[in-house]
Structures are given as C-alpha cells and as structure tokens.
Design a protein. Structure first.
Length: 652
C-alpha cells in the first residue's frame, strides 16, 4: 500500500485484452487538499480493492493509505479542510445490486486515523475497523454539498419516500464530520423539494420541487423572508434551468437562444425571474455544459469551462491563463483540465488531468515555487495511445433535413482499400448526450477488433439545442430509429462502411433501439447486440414493485417524451419489439441483469419467449447479480468476450 502509483509502460500486445479497456482504472479520481500540500487519489491498494491514498507533495515519496477495505472499494471522496476527508464505498461484486445505491459516508484523517462511519451502508462488512458514531445516520442519506474554508462539516440530504416508495423530498442537514452531530437546514423548505443549491458555507439558497408534472424553483434570500417562488414550469418546458450559485446571491441559469434554442449561460434577475441579456457564455451548435470557475467557495470568478465537441477552458485570470499555456506546451494535443489551490498566488498548486481521444488520462501536479512537475500516474497503463483509434465529429442531415451529429471511430488497422465492417453504436438514455472528444472504451475496443464505429446523437439527445431534444418527443421507436438508419447509410456512402456488414449495438435505450432497428429496417443490418433493453415500452411505463421508474415519471415525463399508452395505443403497438418479434430475423445477442430495477428481467424474458415462438432463438445471457449495467469485472469480461465472438461470426 505504500508503493508509488502505478505507471507501467504501455503493453505491446495487440489487440489489447478486454480488461485493458473495461477493467478497474489505476487511478479513479484525484484531488488536492485545501492548501494544496496533500494530494489524495483512489488506486488499487491490496486484495484487488481500491483504496484512498494520500501524498505529501512536500515529501513526495511519502504515500499514506488513508482508507482501505478488504471487502469494498473506496468510491467518491472529498477533502474537508486540509486534514480530513469524507468518502463513500462501493461493492461492485455483491449479489444484491441494490446495495450499490447505499454507499454510506465515512470520514478519516489524511493519515488514516479516526475513521468514522457517518452514514450507514446496507452491508455491515463495509465497516470493519471503523469507529461508528452513535449518531450515525441511516442509509437513506446522500451527500449534497462540501463547503470550503475548512468548515468541518458537510451537507447531507435525508431522503423521504411517499406512500408508493418513490422519492418525495430531500431534507438538508449540516453534518459534523468528526462527531456525527447533525442539524437541520430545511429552513421551512417547500413541499416536494428534492434538489438544492447552497451558498459558500453550506446554507441552502435554492430548492427545486418536482410534483404533479411541474418543476417549481424557490429562492431563499439572506434575509428572513423565507422561500420565494421564482420559477414554475411544466416538466420538459422549463424556460430556464439553475446551473450554479456564485457567492451568496448570484444565480446563473441556462436558457434557450436562437432558432435551435441552444442553451446559453446567463445570470438570473431574481426580482423579475428572467435571465439577464446578453448571455454571459454561448456555444453555438451546442448547449452550454459546464461551470464558472472560482478560486474558492464565494471567491472571484477566474474563468469558465464548458464542453462543445470537446472540453474547453477560458481563463479570465492572467495568472491562470499563463499556467494553462505552460501546461498545454508540456502536454500538447490534449485536453488539460486544471484544478488549483491558492489560485493565482505565488505558491499556487495545480492538479492537471490530461486526456485525449487516444489517451484515457494522466494526472500531473504542477507548482511554481518551489518548482514541482510530477506525474502521479496514468488511468489505464495497459493502453498504448500510439495504437488507439482517432475520434472524429461530424454533422450530417437526417432524411427530413434535421441536423444529426455523430461520432466516428475508425479501426486502428483497416484493410487498405476495402469496405469496412461497421457497428452503429447507440447511446442509452435516450435523453442524454452520448459522447464528447475523449477516450471512449467501447468504441476503442470495437475499433481495435477491426470495426468502423458510428455513434449518432439521434433526435431526443440533449446537448445540441432544445430543438434537437424536442424533435425526439414521441419518436422513441420511429424517428429516432430512422436517424440511426440515416447514419448507417451515410457511413456506407461517405465513411467506407460495407453495406453488407453493418451491425447495430447498444444498451438500455440503445438496446431498445437495436431491436426496433431490426424491426423497422430489417434489410439494413446483418445483426444486433442489445443489453438491458426495453422490449415493451407499454409494460415499462406500468407501475411495478420491481422497477425504480417513479410514478411521477410515468404519469408525466414519459407521456410527454414517449407517448400516452391509452391515447397513443396504435403507436405503442408499432414501437413494441415484443409485439413485433416475428419481424426480427437478424442474428441477435441479448444480455440482461437479473437484478435490474430500471429494466426488469421480465422485459428480456418476454422478448426471448416471443422470438423463440417465432422460430428465431437469440443468443441469450443473464448476469444474476447485475443491475442496469455490469459492475463485476468478471461479468464485464464475459459480456465483451461474447460480443467479440458474436461480431466476428456475423461480420467477418
């Protein structure tokens, strides 16, 4: 546990093994203490488990294990002041997937002493050797905020359920990280408040309440006037959305602008409830996705960071701009994200996370005086960036003329002059953004096996303007599926894809899209790989004790986004893979988690039975202990071995 961080030379074997892409990272996360003297990071620390390690940057050979468990990994962590950390735990190999959602909360001194359990986990084995405070909270608490300035406390939220077991409200508590003493911060909070923004010392200033298909946003001023309603919107029709609180009373929000309704960043006028014009930051063609950067909680704004096709940082501070220029010179051709302590001061310390489309990531530490430039380690040492595939971003037109962004990863060793076998890789959600310019393990894995990979950002995806998101409403199994077909045909015409060797692959919504692609465009695809797939949207929208989809989502959001099973009954028949199973003729690999509460296993077994009844038996695998996605490294290995063999048999 006292060895230097892993920094082995890149492996020469080609193609790299599955675990090089999907196995546990050598460094999951790193963070500087408040003064910048100590660096904490998570890394393997014995018995195959991730521990929490701390380096004294004034004596960099001294590495201390602050926390390590024999039966769980350290999950997320945060510094509280300069001497103490709080962290959660994770157990990806448990047979009970629900345990992964109750990670607890612990505090520990940076030297590993005085480790205390503040919020209980659901597995007592996690707490071996831990001092349990008599005041420890139940597992139904989540970390909400870590105030700066050495406050000695964090803010946690007590989760309260309604009669049906859905989350109804979250009540904030100030929690002392040493004693475990908790004090309510609810301040007469509005009903159904579930999401919060806090001032510099952890004081609640903004609350979002979700109920009855509406989002209500409340503001709590510094005076004792209590909570004031500043926004009341129908779900999915919000005119603006809270992003960040700067200082005690500057609220920044995003709102749509221009024909595409790209989200821009602006300050909200709290008196009028309207964003101030002109916008502070706009990113044409993309929604603003980032934050303003401050020196410390409540400190001056130093710059802004956002993601367009790639992450970009613009510094307002001359000192930070100069450091960014120097780091970019040392690590060219990459995104170099700076996190500073004592920002702009002579003794400033900077943690650098550096990555690209072919480099999974490295961590470095820079300091001006006394001079320090040290590599902490690589995220995935077994990956050789020189052999990885380049990622490209394009915008094409769908059949109706709509904008269709997509990502292209070309195989690392293509057969010169020959059309390429291709995989249309569909992101989950679907109401999320799929990719950005970074190392994408799944696409890189497929490219290393010789496949051209196309990742479309179909209508309904976020990140490309409200108009692109809105165009996906009630197109769950139709227009969005046609976007995939248009991307596949573009790949044949313009990217060298072989029209006779196209496969479609995805998980969650991506898995559903695979099934509907084989239904809707049966002559386009040779095969499909679907994991954790919705197979019957009508069944998915019904209440079930085995599902974690809330009643609020079923009654309102999903009816807007997908449709109403009663009034849109004919459409639901058309977009149900179970009802259309006889039309699925292409070879199909189906994988499900036996403990999945987002897409219960019943979705999978119904489709398997329908396919078998139609005389088309799919390849079928269930991972009994897994939820909505695979966590156990052995299950991940098994799944991608199956994918590799399946694609080789169908596309070679």
């Amino acid at each position: 546990m006292h060895a230097a961080p892993a920094d082995a030379p890149a492996a020469a074997a080609w193609p790299p093994p599955i675990r090089a892409y999907f196995g546990p990272a050598q460094i999951e996360k790193a963070s500087l203490s408040q003064s910048g003297r100590w660096l904490a990071y998570t890394a393997p620390a014995g018995q195959g488990r991730n521990g929490l390690l701390v380096i004294d940057l004034d004596a960099p050979q001294q590495i201390t294990a602050a926390a390590h468990f024999a039966d769980a990994d350290i999950g997320s962590f945060h510094w509280v002041g300069d001497d103490r950390l709080v962290f959660s735990v994770a157990e990806p190999r448990t047979a009970d997937a629900d345990l992964r959602f109750y990670p607890g909360l612990f505090s520990v001194r940076r030297d590993g002493r005085e480790r205390r359990e503040l919020v209980s986990t659901q597995a007592e084995t996690f707490v071996t050797g831990t001092l349990s405070s008599s005041r420890k909270l139940s597992p139904l608490h989540m970390l909400l905020d870590v105030p700066g300035q050495g406050s000695g406390h964090v803010v946690v939220g007590a989760m309260h359920e309604d009669a049906l077991g859905d989350l109804d409200r979250v009540s904030p508590l100030r929690l002392d990280v040493v004693t475990g003493e908790a004090e309510s911060l609810a301040l007469g909070a509005p009903e159904h408040a579930q999401s919060w923004l806090f001032g510099p010392r952890g004081t609640p200033r903004l609350a979002l309440a979700f109920h009855g298909g509406r989002t209500r946003i409340y503001w709590h001023a510094a005076d004792p006037d209590g909570w004031r309603l500043i926004g009341d919107f129908e779900n999915e029709h919000e005119r603006w959305w809270p992003q960040q609180l700067v200082g005690a009373d500057e609220l920044y929000v995003t709102h749509g602008e221009g024909a595409a309704q790209d989200a821009v960043l602006a300050r909200l006028d709290l008196d009028t409830g309207r964003p101030v014009e002109p916008a502070l930051v706009s990113t044409p063609g993309f929604d603003f996705d980032g934050r303003l950067l401050t020196a410390y909680d409540g400190g001056p704004v130093l710059g802004v960071r956002t993601t367009t096709d790639a992450e970009t940082t613009v510094w307002f501070s001359p000192a930070m701009k100069a450091v960014q220029t120097e780091i970019d010179r040392r690590l060219p051709g990459r995104i170099n994200r700076l996190s500073c302590r004592r920002c702009g001061e002579p003794g400033m310390t900077v943690l650098v996370k550096s990555w690209s489309d072919i480099e999974p990531g490295e961590y470095w530490v820079w300091r001006g005086a006394p001079a320090l430039w040290r590599r902490v380690g690589r995220v995935r040492p077994a990956i050789d960036p020189r052999r990885m595939a380049k990622l490209d971003f394009r915008r094409i037109q769908a059949r109706d003329g709509a904008d269709l962004p997509l990502w292209i990863t070309r195989p690392t060793d293509p057969a010169a002059g020959h059309p390429l076998p291709a995989v249309i890789l569909v992101h989950g959600g679907p109401w999320v953004r799929g990719s950005s310019w970074a190392f994408e393990p799944e696409a890189q894995f497929l490219a290393s096996r010789g496949y051209l990979v196309i990742e479309p950002e179909v209508r309904g995806s976020t990140g490309y303007g409200y108009a692109h998101f809105r165009a996906g409403w009630k197109q769950y199994g139709e227009g969005m599926i046609d976007d995939l077909a248009d991307a596949a045909r573009w790949a044949v015409a313009h990217a060298g894809a072989d029209p006779k060797r196209l496969c479609v692959m995805g998980a969650s919504y991506g898995g559903y899209a695979v099934l509907m692609s084989l239904v809707r465009h049966p002559h386009l695809y040779r095969c499909g790989v679907a994991a954790a797939a919705v197979t019957d949207p009508r069944l998915w929208m019904k209440w079930s004790a085995s599902s974690d989809v809330s009643q609020e989502a079923r009654r309102y959001d999903l009816r807007t986004l997908i449709g109403d099973p009663a009034t849109d009954a004919a459409m639901f028949d058309r977009i149900s893979p179970v009802l259309q199973a006889a039309r699925i003729q292409a070879p199909l690999l189906l994988a499900f988690g036996g403990a999945d509460r987002r897409v219960p296993i019943e979705q999978g077994t119904r489709l398997r039975d329908a396919l078998q009844a139609a005389g088309h038996d799919p390849q079928w695998v269930v991972y009994p202990g897994e939820g909505h996605g695979w966590s156990d490294p052995d299950d991940v290995d098994d799944y991608y071995r199956r994918v590799e063999a399946f694609l080789a048999s169908e596309l070679r």
